[in-house]
Design a protein around this ligand. Structure first.
Ligand code: PLP
Length: 473
């Protein structure tokens, strides 16, 4: 494709995306894809074409094959999982990143790529009210960031022994502490970092699903008494199921004197810290060794874009650096080489998405959007609980409401079956999309607000749709 052909095809594609977004904002599609496993595979050729095909043919297949196979996360009535960043300015920035098609191997390979990232991670840090003692890097996902955090924790606990001698180098097993409410990526990171399942502790939570600091202290003491080496605590700011915030200050009071690494997973809830009125929820955060927040969740930056912040970048670089000769340059001492701040060598120009999105909305716009979502969740709670059959199963902290419809006399497994039935019926109807999840041992339904085109009227419609689905189930 020549630049001139790209100009024509690009205009057509931008028109296609704009039309898609317009149709989406009008709620034209079923929210959940109406396809069965294998439906898309069956429509695709088993091998690439021998001869070139036209761009028109590709665009036609987007409409014919791909669109029906999409579940629409930016649909006004998408209330599943968590909000995914969907601002169109960040979509355009993504296009620029691919337009450059450069790979940020080091500063010299694309100085602007590094320096815009440096400034954008500072902008985000400041937006979240964090002190300038933190330095940031963009990663693809929170899962990768938490893995890096636990590798850094392991290296600090062993005085770099694991990189020197491999996993066999230590004299006592290292232990990681988290809560049963933490995201599955935390367990995955601990396993991949070599801690071993036997050395991951699920510290009990209180009635509001927050890690219990006294139980943490007891677990650490017991492990130390048994000759194990407590190495890291992963606290969550905004747990996946119910958006609970672990008490960072009380946890830090335990980790700091013992020199344990404190990683805070704020993948979802961290974005709320753009609102000063929520910062008490992570009081004590300055003591964290590392924090992850996903702008690609609630900060409207298109996937992927995960902010990883550390207090000691030198330690991060020492753990992650490899520095082969062909990547060394004369300016290495003066610049950041982000390849040494994470796992991949090459990096995309992700920072452009933040730059464009924040300039388009301004901080006032970002805050207004978040506050609207929180308010709508409160409206939804009030609307549903007008009927006593609806139970709120976890405190409403931000924009995710966790509910259960409990008809009189229905308990135990019958209640679980009822919950799953109405949630599935609602999703299958295509009129809204919600996520069932097990909360405190019983199925409940998470209603998560924040899709790009959701408005208050959609939230009110959701209340009516839930009521109708649950009554019919
Ligand atoms: N941590 C929390 C608290 C989450 O809610 C999620 C996603 O739902 C993740 C981590 C994983 O995020 P990512 O997809 O960026 O790895």
């Amino acid at each position: 494709m020549t630049p001139e052909e790209f100009r024509i095809a690009g205009h057509a594609l931008v028109d296609w995306i704009a039309d898609y977004r317009e149709r989406l904002s009008r709620g034209e599609f079923p929210v959940q894809a109406r396809v069965q496993p294998g439906d898309i595979v069956r429509q695709l050729p088993t091998a690439p074409p021998a001869a070139p095909e036209s761009f028109e043919a590709m665009l036609a297949d987007l409409e014919r094959i791909v669109l029906p196979g999409m579940t629409h996360w930016q649909h006004p009535r998408f209330f599943g999982y968590f909000p995914a960043g969907g601002s169109l300015t960040s979509v355009l920035a993504d296009m620029v990143s691919s337009g450059f098609s450069t790979i940020g191997l080091n500063w010299q390979a694309s100085p602007a790529l590094t320096e815009v990232e440096q400034v954008m991670t500072d902008w985000l840090r400041d937006l979240l009210g964090l002190p300038s003692s933190f330095s940031g890097v963009l990663q693809d996902t929170a899962s990768a960031a938490s893995f890096v955090a636990l590798v850094c924790a392991r290296e600090r606990a062993t005085h770099y022994g694991a990189t020197r001698a491999g996993l066999q180098g230590g004299d006592a097993p290292l232990v990681v502490y988290t809560s049963p409410q933490s995201h599955s990526s935390v367990e995955k990171a601990a396993l991949l970092a070599g801690f071993g399942r036997e050395h991951i502790r699920a510290v009990p939570v209180d009635a509001e699903f927050r890690m219990d600091p006294s139980a943490l202290a007891a677990a650490i003491s017991a492990d130390r008494a048994a000759g194990l080496r407590p190495a890291a605590v992963v606290a969550t700011s905004g747990t996946t199921a119910v958006t609970a915030f672990d008490p960072i200050d009380a946890i830090a009071a335990i980790t700091q004197p013992l020199g344990l690494w404190l990683h805070v997973d704020g993948a979802m809830g961290g974005s709320a810290m753009a609102l000063p009125e929520y910062r008490h929820l992570w009081a004590g955060i300055e003591a964290a060794d590392s924090i992850v927040v996903n702008p690609h969740k609630w900060l409207s930056v298109a996937f992927d874009c995960s902010l990883y912040l550390v207090r000691d970048p030198e330690h991060l670089v020492r753990v992650m650096s490899t520095n082969p000769s062909y990547l060394q340059t004369a300016v290495d001492r003066e610049v950041r080489n982000y390849r040494d701040w994470g796992i991949p060598l090459g990096r995309r120009f992700r920072a452009l998405k933040i730059w464009f999105a924040l300039r388009d909305q301004g901080i006032d716009g970002v805050r207004a959007r978040l506050r609207e979502h929180v308010r709508w969740a409160q409206v939804l709670q009030a609307r549903l609980t007008a009927d006593p059959a609806w139970q709120i199963v976890a405190p409403l902290t931000l924009q995710t409401l966790c509910v259960r419809h409990e008809p009189p006399g229905l308990t135990g497994e019958a209640l679980d079956a009822h919950t799953r039935r109405w949630a599935q019926a609602l999703n299958d109807s295509g009129q809204a999309y919600v996520t069932p999840a097990i909360i405190a041992g019983r199925w409940a339904v998470r209603l998560s607000i924040g899709a790009e085109y959701t408005r208050e009227t959609d939230v009110l419609a959701l209340a009516a749709l839930c009521q109708a689905a649950a009554t019919a189930a």
